[in-house]
Design a protein around this ligand. Structure first.
Ligand code: SF4
Ligand code: SF4
Length: 56
């Protein structure tokens, strides 16, 4: 399992980028998770103000 950002919801605040313990989220126009690295810890979802990261 890995997390994915819902880009329709993401407001590019950057909170998830600095909170990911393995630094696998990049922010360009919207946040993007490297799903080959994500360990599905859920931290990004818990810090996101708009619930954009979801497990899939
Ligand atoms: S679930 Fe954890 S490891 Fe995966 S992107 Fe979010 S904070 Fe990073
Ligand atoms: S915390 Fe949420 S809104 Fe902020 S950059 Fe990450 S996914 Fe986008």
């Amino acid at each position: 399992m890995a997390y994915k950002i819902d880009k329709e919801k993401c407001i590019a605040c950057g909170a998830c980028v600095s909170s990911c313990p393995i630094s696998c989220i990049k922010l360009e126009d919207k946040a993007e998770i490297d799903q080959t690295m994500c360990v599905a810890c859920g931290t990004c979802e818990s810090v996101c103000p708009v619930s954009a990261p979801k497990a899939e």
